[in-house]
Design a protein around this ligand. Structure first.
Ligand code: RTP
Ligand code: MG
Length: 138
């Protein structure tokens, strides 16, 4: 299988808790390589593009507000099956019940807010990865 790339975001909760290094180290330790890395403040326009599939859902506006709330670290990681591999490493969406051993399961929990603050984002398919890398690394 040929090498592929995925977009990873350390969301504002991960950056503000000082977990950027820990999270990036876990991904590198699994054997994936960083090919792009930057910290930035997202704009509403950027987030509306990134989360277009969720437009209109009840959590959309709280999600955008959360993602506007602080700096984000965006990275492109590369390796065989990295899209699937990173999502496995990240764990399921809800951090309270994400499996121990995963980023969300080990480092996250419910904070009683209106949206899941779950530390990371990872592209869910090759098409999403190409689209999202184009948004964050235009
Ligand atoms: P991601 O896209 O961030 O990698 O996470 P995911 O696939 O596991 O989750 P997805 O369903 O794509 O939802 C995107 C993000 O929206 C927030 N969310 N909160 N009901 C809720 O509180 C809720 N549902 C979704 C999470 O931050 C989730 O990662
Ligand atoms: Mg998703």
């Amino acid at each position: 299988m040929s090498t592929e790339q995925t977009l990873v975001l350390v969301k504002p909760d991960g950056v503000s808790r000082g977990l950027t290094g820990t999270i990036l180290a876990r991904i590198e330790a699994k054997g994936y390589s960083i090919v792009e890395l930057r910290q930035l403040r997202a704009t509403r326009e950027l987030l509306e593009q990134h989360y277009a599939e969720h437009a209109g859902k009840p959590f959309f506006e709280p999600l955008v507000e959360f993602m506007l709330g602080g700096p984000i670290v965006a990275a492109v990681f590369e390796g065989q099956r990295v899209i699937e591999g990173f999502r496995s490493l990240a764990g399921s969406t809800e951090p309270t019940t994400a499996a121990p051993g995963t980023i969300r399961g080990d480092l996250g929990r419910d904070w009683g807010v209106s949206v899941q603050q779950n530390l990371v984002h990872g592209s869910d398919s090759a098409e999403s990865a190409e689209r999202e890398i184009g948004i964050w690394f235009a």
